[in-house]
Design a protein around this ligand. Structure first.
Ligand SMILES: C[S@@+](CC[C@H](N)C(=O)[O-])C[C@H]1O[C@@H](n2cnc3c(N)ncnc32)[C@H](O)[C@@H]1O
Length: 245
């Protein structure tokens, strides 16, 4: 399955916060109030970094009427994004993630957020945004689908709008770990079997490498200029592209 919906439904139910940030403190069994606070603080810090970068390169405040966070998970970045815009949309492939996200938004009294499944997002052809954001999401999506998602997001971005698109492009693991990840990713069942045999409880998150020239082609086709770039390294090398349409 190209978009791995079943994996994310299951993770959203069993271990949603750990599936977003794979640190032991965010495991469902360890997730106390303190860990939750750290988790959401990391989301606020990320949003501040994105905001500061846009404001530095454009000299303008980052705000507007409508923002979208594609692959919002439990709302870690969506909630602070919604503080800067009149309205925000959180999209996710996993309805169990969206349920938790909805509850987290309600718990802090956010009323300007609406939620869409990935399917509803595709159907919402008349939606338009002033800001598009997607972070640590496309890395888990098969690139042939990911390029299309980026294209749809940028097509709907209003002229003058901003976008922060994050993709991964190189796995820097040693070759045997790279091979193992590919086997787990492309041969369903092998990872399940290996965890059953070893007794380990470690979810497998599929990772993909994007062709950066294809990604930038999609930006250009949608009249989006790259105003800044930042490297990321979470075991996979990635890039945060800051765009203005
Ligand atoms: C690692 S989490 C990141 C969540 C959020 N962006 C953050 O930084 O806190 C990845 C999220 O992307 C969602 N996702 C995976 N594939 C997707 C797809 N094809 N369309 C939309 N969401 C997807 C997963 O369900 C999960 O909630």
């Amino acid at each position: 399955m190209g978009n791995n919906k079943r994996i994310w439904e299951d993770l959203g139910e069993r271990d949603a916060y750990y599936a977003v940030l794979t640190y032991e403190q965010f495991r469902a069994r360890n997730l106390d109030e303190n860990a939750r606070e750290v988790f959401f603080e990391l989301g606020r810090a990320h949003m501040e970094e994105v905001t500061a970068e846009f404001e530095r390169v454009t000299g303008e405040e980052l705000n507007g009427s409508e923002a979208i966070d594609y692959g919002c998970g439990v709302g870690r970045v969506l909630l602070p994004l919604a503080d800067r815009f009149e309205a925000a949309t959180g999209v996710d492939i996993s309805s169990s993630m969206l349920d938790k996200c909805r509850r987290n938004a309600a718990a802090v009294g956010k009323e300007n957020i609406r939620f869409q499944t990935a399917q509803e997002f595709i159907a919402a052809e008349n939606d338009a945004y002033d800001m598009v954001h997607t972070f640590i999401v496309l890395q888990h999506v098969r690139p042939s689908i990911g390029y299309e998602i980026v294209n749809t997001l940028l097509k709907r971005l209003r002229t003058g709008g901003r976008a922060m698109i994050h993709v991964t492009y190189r796995n820097t693991d040693p070759w045997f770990r790279r091979m193992r990840s590919k086997v787990y990713r492309d041969l369903p069942g092998v990872h399940r079997l290996s965890t059953m045999m070893s007794g380990r409880d470690a979810p497998f998150l599929p990772m993909y490498e994007y062709d950066l020239s294809r990604v930038t082609e999609v930006f250009h086709l949608n009249s989006c200029e790259i105003v800044s770039e930042k490297e990321t390294d979470h075991g996979f090398l990635g890039k945060m592209f800051f765009l203005v349409k």
